[in-house]
Design a protein around this ligand. Structure first.
Ligand SMILES: Cc1cc2nc3c(=O)[nH]c(=O)nc-3n(C[C@H](O)[C@H](O)[C@H](O)COP(=O)(O)OP(=O)(O)OC[C@H]3O[C@@H](n4cnc5c(N)ncnc54)[C@H](O)[C@@H]3O)c2cc1C
Ligand SMILES: *[C@@H]1O[C@H](CO)[C@@H](O)[C@H](O)[C@H]1NC(C)=O
Ligand SMILES: *[C@@H]1O[C@H](CO)[C@@H](O)[C@H](O)[C@H]1NC(C)=O
Ligand SMILES: *[C@@H]1O[C@H](CO)[C@@H](O)[C@H](O)[C@H]1NC(C)=O
Length: 623
């Protein structure tokens, strides 16, 4: 058995190496797909392995198999008396998804919905047509199968704020048990922490591969006054190495954690992949959801739900499905000719965590920075043989997180305003390919700022400076009735200028840490190639950075609130604290679109927590 496995792995290695280079050399998403297809990998990216012939009725239908949907379907089907149908638009994960360092490359595959924002007035000036890239996972596992695997739950005050806004059951003390129920932590030094569980389905680990730069950075941040903290524990403010949703150095998506282990034995859970839900079936007289329509391999299906229909299609597609089904803003639905079932502010609000890509710093270390060349065949072999401390287990280069407060933000005590995400690389890491394309950066950004670093294989690292609490509010709407088209998405990044000042303060803190002795000991200095379009400003002046923030705008893809949770009396909300759509029966939304405000954490752990909590609410209602 072992030998067969090894043989299989080696066979795959032969496929994987050209796949990496194939992806690397291509210059567009379409070409990448073609390259994968030529290599016979196109199908692997979206293999319809899970294709149960749908029955006519189920107790529960879950639309969308992402972080929350996989969690929910797995937990609901623990009851053998309940039948559950899980419908997913994408295919099934493969080895490429499981290699953490390839995270960015997944955005160039069919596992990404590949959305773009509308052209932005105040942000994304460095992107083609000023359109920010808004990737989302389209695969069993959803965005947890293509994300960067950072494990971060958020701050106590954040959840207490949800509860205070009329959402009983969502205070920190009430959601913590669901974070714990999900977690299988293998974190050194936290074996006895009350904030971590060691027997849940989702593996959370330290990243085994750590560079000298990260070690120096952690010391420098401490020299600058940031203490070492478990940012998933009592307090967030401080610095530490990143915690990751990996298992033995491989991606542990919601699919791998919640579906794969039970797939063979759970006969009451049916899964259909490559199937697109197009509408919720609703009895208008009683406002009751009774099923869904979906298309699969060119055929249209109607499947009925005896108990509930649950939308877990993510922050863009759950609101889209509601609107396609007649639930949404009256003006929008009228304009595109969808008869109203229930007027609700679906998609009217959207928050996100916008970042500044950079600053980048050069160091005098050698062989520490992530470059494609460091992912040579020997490292790949190590990975396939199960070693987990090589470059390949690096989660797309992310190494450390620092949670800070900044003067311009004026938030409550204890709440972090900005996160400094330190990454052992930059756009130079893959020679201006996957990362540059994934973010829709113009080629000149790479050419003028980063190309030389790649040519010289010069060690360096970068920050993503992330604003937890932006004031800018975006919006999402439908421009026609076609269920196969994209919703229009306008995040309106930086429409409130204060958001730029938060990031400016964050950049200044990163610069300050870079001057600490531990960073100076590795010769750290700011990369002084000006951002294209910002050359008119004095380099590294405040106005230069403001221009840079508008140009090197990079979202960490934490869009929330498009189906905002809150009491029915609040006209900005779509679902109540039980995640039931206001005024409707047997219809819930269970994913991060219900998060009512910009969160103070990354959103994958929260999505899984929401899935766990929803499963409990549904269980107690129907048992
Ligand atoms: C590039 C990237 C990096 C990220 N990095 C991190 C990180 O490091 N840490 C972190 O915590 N968060 C990260 N995030 C965010 C996080 O992964 C997501 O917020 C989270 O996974 C969302 O979970 P969800 O259940 O709401 O939706 P999703 O996981 O997006 O699931 C929605 C699912 O529904 C399916 N679907 C949609 N429409 C239909 C339809 N009509 N019919 C059938 N199926 C449909 C989709 O294909 C998808 O599988 C990242 C996101 C991105 C894009
Ligand atoms: C840990 O996870 C398991 C499995 O989900 C769960 O049964 C247990 O209650 C959790 N422990 C804690 C302390 O939450
Ligand atoms: C649903 O019923 C309401 C009256 O209760 C009506 O105004 C509306 O047009 C109906 N919508 C559909 C889609 O039939
Ligand atoms: C890196 O720079 C520091 C500070 O200038 C110096 O002390 C150190 O010796 C240098 N290391 C190498 C490997 O060049």
């Amino acid at each position: 058995m072992e030998k067969v496995l090894l043989l299989f792995r080696l066979l795959f290695l032969i496929l994987l190496v050209p796949a990496i280079t194939g992806i690397r050399l291509d210059s567009s998403n379409k070409q990448n797909l073609d390259a994968l297809r030529r290599l016979g990998l196109g199908n692997i990216v979206n293999l319809p392995l899970y294709s149960d012939a749908p029955l006519s009725h189920y107790d529960f239908i879950v639309a969308g198999a992402g972080s929350a949907g996989c969690t929910l379907a797995s937990r609901l089907s623990e009851n053998p008396k309940w039948s559950v149908l899980l419908i997913e638009a994408g295919g099934v994960e493969n080895w490429i998804h499981q290699v953490p360092v390839l995270a960015a490359h997944l955005q160039s595959t069919a596992s990404n919905w590949n959305y773009r924002s509308t052209p932005q007035r105040n942000a994304c000036w460095g992107m083609q047509e000023k359109k920010c890239a808004l990737p989302k996972g389209k695969v069993l596992g959803g965005t947890s199968s293509i994300n960067y695997m950072i494990y971060n739950r958020g701050n106590r005050r954040e959840y207490d704020g949800w509860a205070a806004a009329g959402n009983p059951g969502w205070s920190y003390d009430e959601v913590l048990p669901y974070f714990l129920r999900a977690e299988n932590a293998q974190l050194r030094g936290l074996e006895h922490s009350p904030y971590h569980n060691h027997s849940g389905p989702l593996s959370v680990e330290d990243v085994r591969h750590r560079t000298q730069i990260a070690h120096s950075y952690i010391r420098a941040a401490q020299e600058a006054g940031h203490s070492r903290v478990d940012y998933n524990g009592e307090t967030q403010l401080g610095v530490n190495y990143v915690q990751a949703t990996t298992q033995k150095g491989r991606r542990h998506s919601a699919f791998r954690a919640y579906i794969q282990p039970i797939r063979a034995s759970r006969k009451n859970l049916h899964i259909v992949t490559l199937a697109r839900v197009t509408r919720v079936l609703i009895d208008n007289a009683t406002k009751t959801a009774y099923g869904v329509e979906f298309t699969h391999q060119g055929r249209a299906y109607r499947v009925k739900a005896r108990k509930e229909v649950i939308l877990s299609a993510g922050a863009f597609n759950s609101p889209q499905l509601l609107m396609l089904s007649g639930i949404g803003p009256e003006d929008n639905l009228k304009a595109i000719g969808i008869p109203i079932v229930k007027a609700l502010p679906v998609g009217r609000r959207m928050y996100d965590h916008m970042c500044h890509f950079g600053p980048t710093f050069v160091t005098n270390t050698t062989g520490q920075t992530l470059f494609s060349a460091s992912i040579g065949p020997p490292v790949v072999t190590d990975f396939l043989l199960g070693r987990s401390d090589t470059f390949l287990s690096s989660i797309g280069g992310v190494e450390t997180l620092t949670f800070i407060k900044v003067p311009s933000a004026k938030t409550a005590k204890g709440l972090p305003d900005i996160e400094l995400i330190q990454v052992g690389g930059s756009l130079a890491s893959d020679e201006g390919t996957a990362l540059t394309q994934g973010a829709n950066f113009k080629a000149e950004i790479y050419e003028k700022m980063y190309k030389e670093l790649a040519l010289q294989q010069q060690d360096h690292f970068s920050f993503l400076i992330m604003d937890f609490n932006p004031a800018s509010v975006g919006r999402l709407w439908l421009h026609n009735r076609n269920p196969l088209e994209w919703p229009r998405i306008d995040p309106k990044y930086f429409s409130v200028p204060a958001d730029i000042e938060h990031l400016l303060d964050g950049i200044k803190e990163a610069l300050r840490i870079s001057k600490m002795p531990a960073m100076q000991a590795i010769g750290t200095r700011l990369l002084d190639k000006p951002v294209p379009g910002c050359e008119g400003h004095k380099f590294a002046s405040d106005d230069y950075w403001r221009c840079s923030i508008r140009t090197m705008s990079y979202t960490l893809h934490h869009q929330v609130a498009t189906c905002r949770m809150g009491p029915e009396s609040d006209p900005t909300t779509v679902v109540n604290h039980q995640l039931k759509v206001h005024g409707m029966r047997r219809l819930r939304v269970v994913d991060i679109s219900i998060i009512p405000r910009p969160s103070t954490g990354h959103t994958n752990a929260a999505a899984i927590m929401i899935g766990e909590k929803a499963a409990d609410m549904i269980r107690s209602e129907w048992s």
